[in-house]
Design a protein around this ligand. Structure first.
Ligand code: ZN
Ligand code: ZN
Length: 592
């Protein structure tokens, strides 16, 4: 690429200055740096092509060039995906690994994995057939209305264009859905009902008051009404489908061993098989339970001075946790308490010099928007690498929809101590901090196609790290709750494998969660539900945590006295959200 560019300049120079002799441009042999630059150009072209293929993916990454387009998910779209995979696989295969820099090699591995995943989704996993929850148009519309990347009129134009395909979108969805699971059908109903809230009177009023032309305003209203109608009739279709599946039986939500191992390899990229990780988790579970027993023995006399400790150790742990769990915020204060804790976490991280926090990227705590509810209780919505200045939101779901009993169970689970650990995990220095660094990464590929295990593993790692550095003053109660929380991450790996591969039923899983991992009933029931709706994702926390923590200890040994925790954290995050095994290789290469 560079050679062509220089040749072009040479010709131009000749015509502009007739007297000079034409200078022959010798193409320099293309060594590591040059190969890596060529590779970067190819990956940039691949990414540009991907945005054209998937305007929604682009939009969620902060690229709004095609925001007015809604792809109809029909057979043609799947054929275009496969053609994309074939084309770019060929382009990537043209590069040998050996001459590339290690950073480019990592990018190439991530892009190879991206293409493999895209193909696997279409041809092997086929969730487009059995998971109706894939079909929900609302999210990108909400983003266009709320994210002020451009003037409202421009965003409304994009909304207008995008609404033009909604009825075809849902028609294609109906054509695709074939032998779905009951659980994903019910999720689709819930989420599409939530999605309707995006197409509100307020949205229409904004369009009417905007600078759009009268013709556009009329078209906006027409499409707005059609969109609402399309969603409503899709919900109606799903509800009759649900009744049919209930009456006549449905496909199992369990994906089985072969697909599970394949998905694990593509999603986690950890170098272990799912089976191996499952076995590690079984051993770590025993270890965590042992720690909890030891702390319980020490704390028992403080809380039960006159009561002898039960001989059954697990019962003693549960009794103490139950006693401590009564310390929690009032349900109406839940969101406010989360808000109040963020500055305290920031202050600790600064005082203890753990990692640099960018003061220009404030975290906005908000109630989870209705269309995003129905999954987790707290989550981070971060801007992509192309709109670094957009807000990062910490979505916290208020307890409005819960009965008194459900709310109490939830609040005991997220008690005084666990709520702090949750905020470390989700916000500072967990997900929020990692995502800020990820967006600063010089590798666009790593920023965009982040590895979920690294992302979750980092958040889980920071919980342990903060406590080790003295957050909470080594309070034993906090450590007890930490082990309970860590046990939960370990147990997530165990139950995901047992549900999806080994066919465990709800009763067996509830026993693992409630009796083996000391969870409250409501939380455990939600976890069962989540584990029926997703696969492999629940293992990412533990897989990433194990790899990061073990790597840090290895790195300490390599660096000896020169090891610095802050420098380790900042370098670790500087590569973007790459699989831990790649970051490990890059950092060790530099440390030699
Ligand atoms: Zn209570
Ligand atoms: Zn997380």
């Amino acid at each position: 690429m560079r050679t062509i560019l220089f040749a072009g300049l040479a010709v131009f120079g000749l015509s502009a200055c007739q007297t000079s002799e034409p200078v022959a441009v010798e193409p320099a042999p293309c060594l590591a740096q040059c190969q890596s630059e060529q590779f970067q150009q190819v990956s940039q072209q691949l990414i540009d092509d991907l945005w054209r293929l998937s305007p929604t993916w682009a939009l969620y990454s902060g690229v709004y060039d095609y925001a007015d387009q809604l792809v109809v998910p029909d057979a043609d779209a799947r054929a275009r995906s496969l053609a994309f995979v074939a084309k770019w696989r060929k382009a990537l295969d043209a590069f040998d690994n050996a001459p590339l820099t290690s950073n480019a090699r990592t990018d190439k591995a991530l892009l190879d994995n991206l293409l493999d995943s895209m193909e696997w989704e279409v041809t092997r996993f086929k969730a487009w057939q059995w998971n109706p929850a894939q079909y929900n148009v609302a999210g990108p519309f909400a983003r266009l209305m709320n994210e002020e990347y451009a003037d409202l009129d421009i965003r409304l134009k994009a909304v207008l264009g995008r609404m033009g395909n909604v009825s075809q979108f849902y028609a294609a969805a109906r054509g695709n859905i074939n032998n779905p699971t009951l659980e994903h059908t019910q999720l689709a109903i819930l989420q599409n009902k939530g999605g309707l809230a995006v197409f509100s009177e307020e949205m229409l009023a904004k369009a009417k008051a905007s600078g759009l032309s009268d013709a556009d305003k009329a078209l906006f209203e027409k499409r707005f009404l059609e969109t609402r109608q399309s969603i409503l009739s899709f919900i109606g279709y799903l509800e009759s489908l649900e009744a049919d599946l209930k009456a006549n039986g449905a496909r199992s939500f369990r994906i089985g061993e072969a697909l599970y191992e394949e998905k694990f390899a593509l999603d986690i990229q950890s170098g272990m098989t799912a089976r191996q990780l499952y076995e590690k988790a079984l051993a770590d579970r025993a270890q965590a339970q042992k720690q909890m027993l030891s702390i319980t023995e020490q704390l028992w006399p403080k809380y039960f001075p006159t009561k002898p400790i039960p001989r059954d150790g697990m019962k003693a742990v549960r009794t103490l946790i139950d006693h401590l769990s009564a310390r929690h915020v009032k349900r109406d204060n839940f969101v406010a308490e989360v808000k109040a804790q963020i500055p305290e976490l920031e202050a600790f991280v600064r005082q203890h010099d753990l990692i640099t926090l960018d003061p220009n990227k404030p975290l906005v705590v908000r109630e989870t928007p209705p269309y995003m509810r129905g999954f987790a209780g707290a989550s981070i919505s971060a801007p992509g690498p192309f709109d670094k200045d957009a807000n990062t939101y910490y979505n916290v779901t208020p307890l409005d929809g819960m009965t008194e009993e459900q709310a109490e169970s939830y609040l005991r689970e997220y008690n005084h101590w666990i709520l702090q650990i949750l905020n470390i995990h989700e916000a500072i220095p967990g997900h929020y901090t990692q995502l800020v660094y990820s967006n600063e990464s010089p590798s666009l590929v790593k920023s965009l196609f982040g590895n979920g295990a690294m992302v979750e593993g980092w958040a889980v790692y920071t919980e342990r790290m903060m406590l080790e550095e003295g957050y909470g003053d080594f309070e034993m109660e906090l450590w007890l709750m930490y082990w309970k929380w860590n046990l939960r991450v370990i147990t997530n790996t165990i139950i995901d494998y047992e549900i999806q591969v080994l066919g465990a039923d709800e009763a067996a899983i509830m026993d693992h969660l409630v009796n083996g991992a000391f969870q409250q009933h409501e939380e455990a029931a939600q976890k069962w539900r989540r584990a029926t709706l997703s696969q492999v994702q629940l293992t990412s926390y533990y897989a990433g945590f194990r790899e990061i923590y073990d790597f840090r200890e290895d790195y300490k040994r390599v660096k000896g006295d020169a090891f610095d925790l802050k420098a380790f954290h900042e370098q670790f995050l500087s590569y973007g959200s790459a699989p831990v095994k790649f970051i490990r290789a890059l950092m060790l290469e530099q440390a030699q």
